[in-house]
Design a protein. Structure first.
Length: 137
């Protein structure tokens, strides 16, 4: 018998599905993500810009109940192989309290005239506190 286990991690800001596409070179984009739960409303603004045909740079400004909750900077690289799209997304994040983190997301997508199937996996580092070392002068 197979039994599903509950998820052990949840990112309240992560609602995006990566489909293996990128903004065209010189094209800017803006996505607005709204994630409403019983305890809070989270809004994330995601500007992006196509650097080349396969490289998109972007970022996230995360808010909760109208207050700052962090920023992320990302670089997404994608390529098409027939019906398939392959890519990888790299992110660096800074959360309140100087908590740094990072993620690497491999992307695999398949699309035809009727269907789009996209899979992404997330490898992330736990946020850590950034502190400047104090040296003697």
């Amino acid at each position: 018998m197979l039994v599903a286990a509950p998820a052990v991690a949840f990112d309240p800001f992560e609602i995006q599905v990566y489909d293996g596409t990128a903004d065209a070179r010189g094209q800017a984009g803006l996505e607005i993500h709204l994630n409403r739960q019983a305890s809070a409303t989270r809004i994330t603004f995601e500007p992006s810009y196509g650097i080349t045909s396969f490289w998109e740079m972007g970022g996230y400004l995360q808010t909760m109940q109208g207050h700052y909750e962090g920023v992320k900077w990302r670089n997404k690289f994608v390529t098409e192989l027939g019906y398939y799209r392959l890519g990888v997304n790299f992110e660096v994040s800074l959360e309140p309290g100087a908590q740094w983190g990072g993620e690497i997301r491999p992307i695999l997508a398949w699309e035809d005239a009727r269907w789009l199937v996209a899979v992404k996996s997330i490898t992330s580092s736990q946020p850590s506190t950034f502190s400047q070392s104090k040296g003697s002068s």
